[in-house]
Design a protein around this ligand. Structure first.
Ligand SMILES: [Zn+2]
Length: 91
């Protein structure tokens, strides 16, 4: 599992595990905080259930379970991947 931390750009790839809410799937945000560090309960804004998993917060204090998120690699890493994919074509 990828290690998501504050400052990472992430995308929501799964519905919430509490109520299956899919409205945030595809949403991209920068992680503001992890697991309630700013003093706000990590509850699902859709159904109100407080999650016992480690969550990540975006701005406006919406919480997302980390297991529903996927880290988006920095642009520099994307460049490396593109270079790798081009190599076999040149050989
Ligand atoms: Zn919910």
């Amino acid at each position: 599992m990828e290690n998501i931390k504050v400052g990472d750009l992430v995308i929501v790839v799964k519905p919430t595990t509490c109520c299956g809410f899919i409205g945030d799937v595809g949403k991209v945000f920068t992680v503001l905080d992890i697991d309630g560090g700013i003093g706000i309960p990590s509850e699902c804004w859709n159904c109100g259930q407080v999650s016992d998993s480690i969550d990540a917060a975006e701005r406006d204090n919406y919480w997302h379970e980390i297991k529903t998120l996927k880290k988006i690699p920095p642009l520099s890493e994307l460049d490396k991947i593109e270079t790798k994919e081009e190599l076999p074509c040149k050989v």
